[in-house]
Design a protein around this ligand. Structure first.
Ligand SMILES: [Zn+2]
Length: 317
């Protein structure tokens, strides 16, 4: 009896003073070899070893006469786009119509343009909400402390591009339409684009913000715009995007076209179609981060992409 009481007391004190059995370690899920490979894969320009980067001036790729440098892109919100090179006038619109209201007429025009759109543009908004890094240091913008999150920036630009393409009747495929989809999603992005069936040839466009090595505190001196490619066909498409981006943002440094022989950026290497990746300013450059927060600058970036798309839709190469 005394022994029983002693044991009960002993258990009681043990529970009070934490002498509990060691918790069993939680077994880790087996790491898929492929996932491991993707984890260590280059996703974005800042991850590419500097010594492996090749830079080409887009002027060496583009033939003359080509995109007029002074040509700004048209407003994507215009329903009556200007008749300019590389803009919506590239898409011939039907004249004959039974539509009665302006809305119906516009809808018909868009449908007519869509039937003539030559490519399916697979639009990748880069990165997910929970992806580590890919954000600026905190800074003050319009009197508030803010942080630029790359996935939000990329998604905003792609949304603006899609809004314009809807107006211009250009076919596109929104690769990651759900805002809640998190993580880097590299493999899924590529698979979705590769598996998408279309009677049209596909072109992959991935939109990003850049980051550079720290040069003062948390910030970098690196700045500007660059466009990445992997294949020969991607090179020419990249040159057109770079030309329009630097035309629309003349105050930003032109970092030209980039490629790397080592590994290659995952989405460019594994997509089974011509693919380009644009890096639109450095979010850890304080001056550029502030600009990248600006609505009108974002619209200029989106407009430049749309102008490049419209140009490519019009020209054979
Ligand atoms: Zn990125």
């Amino acid at each position: 009896m005394f022994k029983g009481i002693f044991e009960s007391l002993s258990n009681f004190f043990s529970s009070l003073f934490g002498q509990r059995p060691e918790p069993k370690p939680i077994p880790k899920p087996p790491i898929d070899k492929e996932d491991k490979e993707i984890e260590s894969t280059i996703q974005d320009a800042p991850e590419v070893p500097v010594e492996s980067i090749s830079t080409i001036n887009e002027a060496d790729i583009l033939e003359d006469p080509f995109i007029p440098i002074e040509e700004p892109s048209t407003s994507p919100n215009s329903t009556q786009p200007k008749a300019n090179t590389g803009t919506v006038s590239n898409i011939p619109l039907e004249e004959k119509t039974d539509a009665t209201t302006p809305e119906e007429k516009q809808k018909e025009k868009i449908e007519a343009a869509k039937s003539k759109s030559r490519y399916l543009w697979c639009l990748d908004n880069g990165h997910g909400k929970l992806q580590a890094g890919k954000r600026s240091p905190r800074f003050t913008y319009k009197g508030q402390e803010v942080q630029l999150l790359e996935y939000k920036f990329n998604r905003d630009i792609v949304e603006r591009i899609m809004k314009s393409l809807d107006q211009y009747g250009i076919n596109y495929f929104d690769i990651v339409p759900d805002y809640k989809e998190v993580g880097s999603f590299l493999k899924n992005r590529v698979e979705r684009a590769n598996k998408k069936t279309s009677s049209l040839p596909k072109i992959y466009l991935s939109v990003h913000g850049n980051a550079g090595p720290r040069s003062h505190g948390d910030w970098t001196n690196a700045s500007g715009i660059e466009t990445w490619y992997h294949s020969k066909k991607g090179e020419k498409i990249a040159a057109i995007f770079q030309r329009y981006l630097t035309t629309n943002l003349p105050n930003w440094r032109n970092r030209h076209l980039k490629s790397t022989s080592i590994k290659g950026l995952y989405v460019l290497k594994h997509t089974n179609m011509p693919a380009v990746l644009t890096e639109n300013g450095f979010y850890n450059n304080l001056r550029e981060a502030k600009e990248m927060m600006d609505d009108s600058v974002r619209q200029k970036i989106a407009d430049a992409h749309v102008s490049a798309i419209l140009y490519i839709e019009k020209h054979d190469f």
